[in-house]
Design a protein around this ligand. Structure first.
Ligand code: VG1
Ligand code: CO
Length: 544
């Protein structure tokens, strides 16, 4: 096998964001762009030499080309073995499962997650460490630093590698194992959940479910697990074929982009349970008949009901949520007498807590829920957790959530996104707001009194590392909150995210429409941050 050394020069924009390096496809298609980033991974992750790498992606446009390049570079760097999903397919949680199960030295996951795909849309790449989780900031900073000093990369001079047939082959000294992307993941799910009971549920009339795979990676997973193993009728999984452009839609499981599913659930005689997942399979949306479960509530409900599910029967040790996620889970943790952690946005911040055995369940308001079974958030896992609960409690989704509110109180919650704002204007908004923070404490805004206003900083309780500037929060007496932060996953302009929360203990007040219930706080947010003045926008692009 001939190894080429190719001369290159650094790109200045290869700093990973909230979850890996995400850019428009045409950026990745520039000569040497992907190769440079991968070279930086091999330069810094030296255990990969002689080690094993997991490789796969969500099937979006450029996935196959990227896999060929990475295989050739892995061979040139003395990687002993690459485990690659057949057809180049691996959901993000399935990749995490493989890294852990086969104790590999890490993995490369190719995805831009919920961002659209296709020649004019987005691509992404991220390195996961041997614990199966997204690389922590220390590692992504090292990789980024390495991209800035590259002069050459190494690549094997060979043609095409077949990744479409199961089995092992050799590329020089390197072994390539093409594996069934679903098998190990499905086996892990079988260990955690009561498949017999869920099977019985599907065979009981009148239970019906609809899962929207959004033409993204979870189609094959959901078909195998829900339809083949659990006996849900064929057609339960909609939009099941992974497509390179996700059928032209955003593979983002929210009320806007999964509107076909929402319509089915809201229609006459709709199914009992609805769910959707995102591009790379790590997000989930949970719906009942004419009922939306906020991701923050979902985390709280799962935590409160974990003892119903075999994998968590012994109890959960702690819960972690990202800072903007509602405080609903905190009340459950308090009730259970377990620890609750508040981390910055991004799953990488949960890794240390999970590894140290301090938490069992984690969640983010952005449709992310997961546990210590892998080190990524896991869409289908959350769906199976809910299904297991429904099979045990034999109540509707709505009744489970509403009885949760009666017990713990309701955290009204919404997120408003202002997408593709001019980056400089968004920065100005954040800077001005940050300047005002010291003067806000104790002040009355509308009918609310500010109890704390700061720019969230986090000190990791396990390794002591610190992360600054993780979102501006304004806390009010009584538990209401406003949070402002800029997205770290977008590829065009800036996205301002406004998160609004209000705690309502009174069951008589639990039936309000969310936007109405939060209107006074939303008005305060616009006022205090000058959203219209700085962004030129009066209304958000997406409301969830
Ligand atoms: C968003 C979400 C964050 C999530 C991240 C990756 O990040 O807010 O909670 O962890 O996406 O999710 P940001 O920086 O744009 O707010 V995924 O499913 O896109 O990997
Ligand atoms: Co995702």
């Amino acid at each position: 096998m001939n190894i080429k050394l190719v001369a290159t020069t650094p790109f200045q924009d290869q700093k990973p964001g909230t979850s890996g390096l995400r850019k428009q496809v045409r950026v990745f298609q520039q000569p040497h762009y992907l190769e440079n980033f991968v070279q930086a991974v091999f330069n810094t992750q030296t255990a990969l030499r002689g080690g094993t790498l997991v490789l796969g992606g969500d099937g979006r446009y450029f996935n196959r080309e990227a896999i060929q390049i990475i295989l050739r570079m892995a061979a040139a760097h003395g990687v002993a073995k690459v485990i690659v999903g057949c057809g180049g397919i691996l959901s993000t949680p399935a990749a995490s499962c493989l890294i852990r199960r086969y104790r590999t030295q890490g993995g490369l996951i190719l995805s831009a997650s919920h961002n659209p795909g296709g020649p004019h849309a987005d691509f992404g790449i991220k390195f996961n460490t041997p614990n199966g989780g997204p690389a922590p900031e220390k590692v992504t900073n090292e990789i980024h630093a390495a991209t800035l000093t590259l002069t050459e990369y190494r690549i094997a001079d060979i043609q095409h590698v077949d990744i479409d047939h199961l089995g092992t082959s050799k590329l020089g000294a390197m072994e390539i194992a093409v594996v069934d992307p679903v098998q190990d993941y499905a086996a892990l799910m079988q260990n955690l959940f009561d498949f017999d009971r869920m099977h019985t549920l599907f065979n009981s009339v009148p239970f019906r479910m609809r899962f929207d795979a959004m033409h993204a990676v979870t189609g094959p997973y959901a078909r195998r697990i829900l339809e083949d193993m659990l006996g849900a009728p064929p057609g339960t999984v909609m939009r099941a074929e992974p497509l390179a452009d996700f059928g032209g839609h955003h593979p983002d499981p929210n009320l806007v982009h999964a509107h076909d599913l929402v319509e089915v659930m809201n229609g006459r005689n709709g199914p009992d349970f609805g769910a959707a997942s995102d591009g790379d399979g790590d997000r989930n949306m949970i719906l009942g008949r004419r009922f939306f479960v906020t991701p923050s509530d979902s985390l709280a409900v799962l935590a409160a009901n974990a003892h119903h599910v075999p994998g968590y029967r012994g109890g959960i040790v702690g819960i972690a949520r990202s800072m903007p996620t509602s405080q609903a889970a905190d009340r459950v943790a308090e009730h259970l007498g377990i620890e609750c952690f508040e981390t910055p946005t991004g799953w990488k911040f949960f890794g240390n807590l999970l590894d140290a055995g301090r938490v069992t369940l984690c969640g983010e308001e952005s449709f992310g829920t997961g546990s210590d079974h892998v080190r990524e958030k896991d869409g289908l896992w959350a769906v199976l957790f809910w299904l297991n609960l429904l099979a045990v409690r034999r109540e509707s989704v709505e009744s489970i959530v509403k009885s949760h509110w009666r017990q713990f109180g309701r955290n009204y919650y919404t997120r408003h996104d202002f997408e593709e704002v001019e980056a400089q204007r968004a920065d100005t908004l954040m800077n001005r707001l940050r300047d005002r923070l010291p003067a806000l404490a104790g002040k009355r805004l509308g009918s609310h009194t500010v109890s704390l206003a700061d720019d969230f900083a986090y000190e990791d309780p396990i390794d002591g590392s610190t992360s600054q500037g993780q979102g501006i929060r304004i806390l009010f007496e009584g538990g209401s909150r406003l949070v402002f932060r800029l997205s770290g996953t977008g590829t065009a302009g800036a996205t301002l995210r406004l998160y609004v929360e209000r705690y309502e203990p009174d069951p008589q007040q639990h039936e309000l429409e969310t936007q109405t219930a939060l209107a006074p706080l939303i008005a305060i947010a616009h006022d205090v941050a000058g959203i219209r003045e700085h962004t030129g926008r009066k209304v958000p692009t997406v409301i969830t």
